[in-house]
Every structure is written in C-alpha cells, then in structure tokens.
Ligand binder design. Structure first.
Ligand code: AMP
Length: 314
C-alpha cells in the first residue's frame, strides 16, 4: 500500500484485556492502544499499524482492521501469547487500577519498518514500551509530525527512555495523572510548563469525565467531555480520543511548521481535533472492548459531534 500525504503510522499494543468496571466484567477481550487508536483514526485518514501479536490472536480481527483500510502488513505474528492487560475501575472511572501486565510477545518485539512505513508522514507512538517507540522513530523520516502517548507503567519503569523519546516528539497526549507523575507537579498548568521543557511543544492532557486540556506556547484551552449516560467501560477512551485527534490533524494536513508559522491556526485546529477526540471517546465508553466503535458509522459520529458543538457553545 502506498502512503498518502495524510497517512499515519502507529506503533502500540494489540492486546487481550480482562476488565472489571461497576457495569460488569469482560474476560480476554480485544484491546490494546493500537487497536483503539487505529480504528478511531481510520474514520479520518489512512492508518498503518506496526505491532506484534501471538498465534492466539484472532485472524478475523486482523481482517476487520484490513477491511477498514487499515494497513496491517506491519503486524508481526510471533510464536507465543499476545500481550495481556488486566485492570479494574472502581467508582472513579477516570483511573484504572492495573492488576496484571503480561508483555508476552511484546517482550522481544523488534519492529522493522518497511520502506513504505519509513516514509509515513505522521507518526503516532501509542502507549507501548518507550524503547519500541524509539526504534520506530529511528526508522521513520517523521516528515510532518510525531505525537506520543504513554502511561504510569512506562513512566515508572522506563522514564529515561521515555524522556529520550519525548525530545523527538511534537505533541504529547497523556492523562492528567500521568502528567503529574511525569512532571512531578500537581496542577495542570505547572505540569504543562515542565513538559514543554522536555521537548513537546503541544501538550494535550486527557481528563476522563472532565474532558481535556490543551497547552501550546500561545494558547491554553479546556473542553468538557461529551457526557453520555451509558457508561460501561472507559478502557481505550484515551487511545480512541488520540485516534480521532490525530486523524483530524492528518486529514487537515497540519504539521509541525503550522505551529511555528501560524500558531493561531494551529491552536484553532487543535481545539477542533480535541473536540473530535472527545466525541470518539464518548462512544468507546458505551460498551466493553472495541464493541461500540467497531459498530460506529460516520453519520452517527457527525450527529453527536454537532450535538456536542451546540452543548458547549455559549
Ligand atoms: P486507555 O486508552 O488508556 O484506557 O488504554 C487502554 C489500553 O491500553 C488497553 O486496551 C490495554 O491493553 C493497553 N495497555 C495497558 N497497559 C499497557 C502497557 N503497559 N503497554 C501498552 N499497552 C497497555
């Protein structure tokens, strides 16, 4: 498959998740940062995945991704078990309690990008080992923009490698609590200031039911979440938020030069990107696993988006 000027290459986890929420439990269901991200981003723009699964991973799911135009030629099927994450949410759905992280085939994964993947203009480093994020960055020309996600597991275990990655990243998109852990600060604004000094010039802080905040060198902005009453499982909300956000950035053909040459246009576009992210996440939370966003169609998405725009306008 050839790259378009809007193609996003993403590296992240393809997983089986075991999740418990106040609404119930789902055992060994499909998940992983890359899965949620790529499905959400595919609403906007072509996506290529770099990742690894075990021989236990269902072929029909890879076919489902493929049928949405997602390029899965970079997904390696390795001897062993697929990455498994187990987590629990209590009444506070904004924060998952990790019960188990079994890296399995992720442990020895060594991504090798095809010549096509080396030239993808947009790169999204979804939540995965920062060493793997770096390996992908070393092989891609990163011509337009690199964005990155992470989580407490990696901030605690591989902070140094994550800091090396961040020096090469344009946009960081992480949870509020992860931003506090990474920066050592305890309010949004100070955390953003600290993270600016680590590399990224645009910071998006995901805040669960409280929405998201945006920081660029010239703009600070916050948006609420789209409040749906059907709350089942927040797993993947952050990744699908990032998928819609990044999909919008790529579709609009924005790049790191937009930030330096036209900061106002950049900030305005980022506000729209975040709005799309909030709408996508509001669908993800309505069911376990990928069940809701895999059924979602564009009309439904656009209807909710326009409802949300009305909700937040004053
Ligand atoms: P979130 O969007 O933050 O809720 O991300 C949820 C997804 O992250 C789950 O589907 C997990 O499979 C995946 N995940 C959890 N822990 C890790 C980890 N340490 N590395 C990579 N992916 C993970």
């Amino acid at each position: 498959m050839t790259n378009s000027e809007n193609t996003i290459l993403t590296v992240g986890s393809l997983a089986f998740d075991t999740v418990e929420t106040p609404a119930g439990k789902a055992d060994q269901v499909l998940g992983g940062s890359c899965n949620y991200f790529s499905i959400a981003a595919s609403f906007f723009t072509p996506v290529q995945i770099v990742g690894v699964v075990g021989q236990d991973f269902p072929q029909n799911h890879l076919e489902t991704l493929n049928s949405r135009g997602i390029d899965i030629s970079g997904v390696e099927i390795s001897a062993g078990k697929t990455f498994h994450w187990s987590g629990k949410y209590n009444q506070n759905l904004n924060e998952a309690q990790t019960l188990a992280t079994d890296l399995n085939v992720l442990e020895n994964f060594n991504p090798k990008l095809s010549p096509e993947h080396q030239k993808a203009p947009y790169v999204f480093l979804a939540n995965i080992d920062p060493d793997l994020q770096l390996k992908v960055l070393e092989q891609n020309e990163c011509s337009k923009l690199v964005a990155c996600d992470s989580m407490n597991f990696w901030i605690e275990q591989k902070k140094e490698q994550l800091l090396t990655t961040l020096k090469k990243v344009d946009v960081l998109c992480i949870n509020e609590t992860e931003a506090y852990l990474l920066s050592g600060e305890s309010n949004l604004s100070s955390a953003a200031d600290k993270i600016f000094s680590l590399g990224p010039k645009t910071i998006i802080l995901k805040r669960g039911e409280y929405g998201a905040a945006l920081f660029t060198p010239t703009c600070t902005f916050a948006i609420p979440a789209y409040l749906t009453s059907k709350i089942v499982d927040p797993t993947g909300c952050g990744d699908s938020f990032a998928g819609a956000l990044m999909g919008y950035i790529a579709k609009e053909n924005l790049d790191r030069n937009t930030l330096t040459e036209n900061p106002e246009l950049w900030s305005k576009a980022l506000k729209h990107a975040i709005l799309n992210g909030c709408v996508m996440a509001s669908f993800t939370i309505e069911d376990f696993s990928l069940n809701r966003i895999i059924k979602l169609d564009k009309t439904e998405f656009l209807e909710r988006k326009s409802q949300f725009e009305k909700m937040i306008s004053i």
